[in-house]
Design a binder for this molecule. Structure first.
Ligand code: SR1
Ligand code: MG
Length: 391
């Protein structure tokens, strides 16, 4: 059957036709998608439930004027399966994928909550930093040159070429927020600071470096969008979803996306004066990096490529990942403040607090981008945070 964007009835018919539900079963189905790109249906029968996620041929948040390749659905299913193979505890299970309808069936995680919501509510999520670090260390090591056979790596790089979604990141992270652009969404109180950033040549130069590194450094198979809205968590469980931005890119991009999003939550809570919770978020950033660094470094020691089993080289590699991480975390703070896609951590504040939180995000983002290429330890982050204005 040719591709057709589902409504609830079509999503149920699809699940029955794929044999996930008995043809005569009673099914309730709701469209629950609140993301930027896709349709998401929750299907429930008397004894099972799951999610059907279907790509639309355009970006849902903008409409048909922003066409997008349906191929991203295949990429998403394959990244989740690839990461699930090496880090099964942390990745949503893909139960089925159909290349005609560009629709994927996933396990239902509605017993969990989105991490962003929990961070907004100032919950101290158990083992958050450690779990995210384990997910990224295991999956990013497994698809790196340290582990993969060189021919297999090249085949995988080609399997995960993802031009449309990479272009979104290239534009929304590294281009639009640094100039006047119709896709930007600038809160009036932040306009003056935005215009000052646009004049900062040193900042623009470092952002250009980070962009080129994103464009041309296929170090490993990234998730590509590990923000706190791509993570579900609950007691003793954490699951990563939404890998449609996956491709082979620089490891620090995924690691930096996690830190950037914890820092967006920090901007919220620091502005609200929730200092104990803000301090917990900083501690989680440090725990996250330290755990990632030690687990990833331990894995590097078992590298299958003997030329890369050199302790001095491996230390340099990890040191560069840290610099990239801090730089990309900084670009996440800036693009979530000036660009197209904002986050509820900041936008749900009232106007006066939002203006203050955005100032925090912009000045911390700028400081991270500028200092990142000389960072030698994660301690730099704590230093920069100490300089943040008191709310
Ligand atoms: C048009 S897509 C906007 C943002 O949503 C996704 O989750 C990515 O973060 C992307 O940059
Ligand atoms: Mg997403």
């Amino acid at each position: 059957m040719p591709y057709q964007a589902f409504d609830s009835l079509a999503a149920v018919a699809f699940a029955k036709q794929r044999g996930l539900i008995a043809a005569d079963a009673d099914v309730s189905c709701r469209e629950i998608g609140d993301g930027n790109l896709n349709l998401v249906f929750h299907l429930q029968t008397a004894d099972s439930s799951f999610i059907v996620k279907q790509a639309l041929p355009y970006a849902r948040c903008v409409g048909e004027s922003w066409p997008l390749s349906l191929e991203r659905a295949r990429i998403e299913a394959e990244v989740l399966k690839a990461h699930g193979k090496v880090a099964p505890e942390w990745v949503v299970k893909v139960l089925d994928f159909d290349l005609e309808q560009y629709a994927m069936v996933e396990e239902d995680l509605s017993h969990l909550e989105l991490l962003r919501k929990r961070l907004i509510n100032a919950e101290k999520v158990d083992n958050m930093g450690q779990n995210l670090a384990d997910y990224l260390a295991d999956s990013l090591y497994a698809y790196s040159d340290f582990e993969l056979d060189p021919k297999q790596k090249k085949a995988l790089v080609s399997q995960f070429i993802n031009p449309d979604l990479c272009l979104i990141t290239e534009d929304l992270f590294f281009t639009d927020p640094y100039r006047e652009h119709e896709r930007n969404d600038i809160f009036p109180a932040s306009r003056q600071s935005a215009e000052a950033l646009w004049q900062d040549d040193e900042l623009l130069a470092r952002v250009a470096e980070l962009k080129v590194h994103f464009l041309s450094c296929p170090q490993s198979l990234l998730h590509g969008d590990v923000h706190s809205g791509s993570v579900f968590s609950g007691p003793g469980e954490l699951k990563v979803i939404d890998a449609e931005f996956g491709f082979f890119g620089p490891i620090g991009f995924d690691v930096g996306s996690v830190i950037g999003n914890l820092l967006l939550a920090w901007c919220r809570h620091h502005t609200l004066g929730n200092e104990a919770y803000a301090a917990w978020l900083v501690e989680q950033c440090l725990v996250f990096w330290q755990r990632f660094e030690s687990r990833f470094s331990a894995l590097l020691k078992g590298s299958k490529d003997v030329a890369l089993v050199n302790a001095r080289y491996q230390r340099r590699f990890v040191a560069k990942v840290l610099q990239d991480t801090l730089g990309y975390a900084g670009t996440e703070l800036i693009r979530r403040t000036l660009g197209l896609a904002h986050v509820a951590d900041i936008t749900s504040l009232d106007d006066e607090l939002r203006a203050k939180a955005e100032q925090q995000a912009l000045s911390l983002g700028k400081a991270l981008v500028l200092a990142s290429d000389e960072a030698t330890s994660i301690g730099l982050l704590s230093e920069l945070l100490k300089k943040a204005p008191v709310s």
